[in-house]
Design a protein around this ligand. Structure first.
Ligand code: SAM
Ligand code: SF4
Length: 325
């Protein structure tokens, strides 16, 4: 599918639940977060149906995300469904983004089902800080999951959201830790998606800060590696690959190849825009009618997002746990 601005759209991020066993302070409010009503959440059958229709429109890469995707009871059924699509060469890649808390339990299944890569979110390596930022999480659980996944040779990328006055002092140690474990790594700017308990300006640390620090300490060589995504990849003199995702300071919309579906069946062609279409309520229509709806929405994907860390968030009622990352 080519959109209105000539971008090839072939990557779907499907958030299969808005629920999560953690409460990261930059992702959702600490208290009174509203979740979708159970009745509005897509069933396994509906998820499979929507996935099939996207695959028919030309989606080749599918990332399962959330909320925390590994807490959904049918996670293995969904991944098995995708595995069969991949076996028939209908899709090329199956990816998962997870907070890693359930990784120890699921690593073997993830490996057996041929998931191509997993992104594990980790913003600190200090247990007390992990507990603070996730509102109660246990770092040990995540590290044990990573050990298990590494043992099974699952390809792992660590995603770290840069947070002012929180993890700038750990950038160097996280780089050496990732090197030690042969994990790829991405540093990400916090995005104003939903209003949380602190101002986004208080949280925001630009990737230029991390990049300069890493360059000074480890060197950074530009890599031509392109994923058609937002990350720009570099290699340090230690040999590890590091990406920087800068939605605020260096807009990457002109090369954006992705669209998103939430667990209540809303298709969002752009993370930073409120425009969406309701696929769940269209599921009674014929396949060709639904595909037309999808194609029309993709065609009209906005040219760019309008994130501004200083302004009141443009995306207000939606949080990253609903749209996924
Ligand atoms: N629960 C899973 C996890 O944490 O990996 C998947 C969903 S989570 C929403 C996906 C990614 O979004 C995580 O890497 C998380 O750190 C990131 N994220 C959450 N809120 C964010 C925000 N406001 N700005 C930037 N990244 C954010
Ligand atoms: Fe949960 Fe992921 Fe959001 Fe943290 S970032 S609260 S783990 S959905």
């Amino acid at each position: 599918m080519i959109d209105n601005f000539g971008r090839k759209i072939n990557y779907l991020r499907f958030s299969i639940t808005d629920r999560c066993d953690l409460r990261c302070k930059y992702c959702m409010p600490i208290k009174n977060q509203k979740f979708y009503k159970k009745d509005n959440i897509l069933t396994t059958l509906e998820i499979k149906k929507i996935l099939s229709l996207f695959i028919e429109t030309g989606i080749k890469k599918i990332r399962i995300t959330g909320g925390e995707p590994l807490i959904r009871k049918d996670i293995l059924e969904i991944i098995t469904f995708l595995k069969n699509k991949k076996k028939k060469k209908l899709i090329e890649e199956i990816l998962i983004t997870t907070n890693g808390t359930q990784l120890k339990k699921y690593a073997k299944n993830i490996s057996d089902l041929g998931v191509d890569r997993i992104n594990v979110s980790l913003d600190t390596l200090i247990p007390e800080k992990f507990q603070f930022i996730t509102n109660g999480g246990n770092l040990r659980q995540v590290l044990d999951g990573l050990v298990e996944a590494k043992k099974l040779k699952i390809k792992i990328k660590i995603n770290t959201v840069l947070l002012k006055n929180f993890n700038e002092d750990e950038i160097k140690s996280m780089v050496t830790w990732c090197k030690k474990h042969s994990f790829k790594q991405s540093f990400i700017e916090v995005m104003p998606v939903g209003e949380v308990n602190t101002s986004r300006t208080n949280q925001f640390l630009p990737v230029s800060y991390a990049k300069a620090l890493i360059k000074k300490n480890f060197g950074l060589e530009n890599l031509s590696l392109s994923t058609n995504g937002p990350s720009k990849y570099y290699k340090t003199s230690l040999g590890n690959v590091i990406g920087f995702i800068s939605p605020l300071t260096n807009n990457f919309c002109s090369s954006c190849n992705r669209i998103r579906v939430t667990s209540n069946g809303m298709l969002y062609p752009c993370l930073g825009d409120n425009g969406s279409v309701d696929l769940k309520s269209s599921l009674h229509k014929s396949d060709s009618e639904i595909i037309e709806i999808i194609k029309n929405s993709i065609y009209h994907k906005p040219e760019k997002h309008f994130f501004d860390i200083k302004e009141k968030s443009y995306v207000q009622d939606r949080f990253m746990n609903t749209t996924g990352g």
